[in-house]
Design a binder for this molecule. Structure first.
Ligand code: F6P
Length: 324
């Protein structure tokens, strides 16, 4: 293998830069030429493929975002788009590709490989949502939960100062990982996640109880994908039920959770997966996502990583219950 390329795709995640750096430097270490594809599949379709050397990834390990930039490409969903991408990779002499991203990225890679099996792709899980099967943690998740935790700590200060009930909405798409962890870490009174149903009724009973003991400062963390709707919908339902008894405020944390300096855990995980991905290509692996489970590197076929979602640990859900 003489030339490989790396790209980042879908929602950016802190740690992606550390991963790109590891791919480039590991490739160079093994005498392989490294290339970066800018803006994910969009750049692949446009032929935006740039040579990368050791210094092109200097001083990026600590940066959030992605120096290669990212995109969610509509054109790659078409056969014609994928053909253009293939032609560009071929023209650049690329013999292997490392795709850093989430569900959508691996879905695209899987279809691409069915049509063009001669360019192997391996994947690295990069998303703040932590919703991918085949790894304990995705790149970006640890930083995102720490960012959410710090923000909720701040909200807690003001909630206590004014005896207010806050609904804090966190990201995670259809998954409740960010909500659950940040809720436990901040001692939230309740956490609403898509994985557990009918939690609004349960929330009412927690608030009823707190009202009874005059506990007016409460934090409720709401996952954006919760079936009750976002934090505004839940706040509305609570206001209708308790009619002015709580002083309610809503905060949407939003994209602040996607940026920022990656944590130490993140940088190490991203560096390890990046390094192992090059080895995987050299060993002839393809159409697999690399993950780390119990400290071991694990390979999961794209098909499986896409179809299954990582399960939330029910013990953690129980913890909120007992400790609130
Ligand atoms: O998948 C990462 C994520 O940040 C989700 O948590 C969120 O639902 C989505 O991306 C937001 O996407 P966009 O940045 O395209 O609005």
């Amino acid at each position: 293998m003489k030339k490989i390329a790396v790209f980042t795709s879908g929602g950016d995640a802190p740690g992606m830069n550390a991963c790109v750096r590891a791919v480039v430097r590991t490739a160079i270490h093994h005498g392989i030429e490294a290339f970066g594809i800018r803006r994910g599949y969009e750049g692949m379709i446009e032929g935006d493929i740039i040579p990368m050397d050791k210094s092109s990834v200097s001083n990026i390990i600590q940066l959030g975002g992605t120096i290669l930039q990212s995109a969610r490409s509509k054109e790659f969903r078409t056969k014609a788009g994928r053909q253009k991408a293939y032609d560009n990779l071929k023209a650049a002499g690329i013999e292997g590709v490392v795709a850093i991203g989430g569900d959508g990225t691996f879905t695209g890679a899987r279809v691409f490989l069915q049509e063009h099996p001669d360019i192997p792709f391996v994947g690295i899980p990069g998303t703040i949502d932590n919703d991918l099967y085949g790894t304990d943690y995705t790149i970006g998740y640890d930083t995102a939960i720490n960012t959410a935790m710090t923000a909720i700590d701040s909200i807690k200060d003001t909630a206590n100062a004014h005896n207010r009930l806050f609904f804090v909405e966190v990201m995670g798409r259809d998954a409740g990982f960010i909500a659950l962890r940040s809720g436990i870490a901040t001692g939230a009174e309740a956490v609403l996640i898509p994985e557990s149903k009918n939690d609004t009724d349960h929330l009412f009973s927690i608030l009823e109880n707190n009202l009874g003991i005059n506990k007016m400062a409460n934090i409720v963390v709401v996952a954006e994908g919760d079936e009750a709707g976002g934090a505004f919908s839940v706040a509305k339902a609570v206001e209708e039920k308790f009619k002015g008894q709580f002083d309610i405020r809503v905060t949407i944390l939003g994209h602040v959770q996607r940026g920022g300096r990656p944590t130490c855990m993140e940088r190490v995980l991203a560096s390890r997966l990046g390094m192992e991905s090059v080895k995987a290509l050299m060993e002839g692996k393809k159409a697999v996502m690399l993950g780390q489970i119990d400290k071991n590197i694990v390979f999961t076929p794209f098909e499986k990583a896409i179809k299954h979602h990582q399960e939330l640990n029910p013990l953690l859900i129980n913890m909120v219950e007992i400790l609130n």
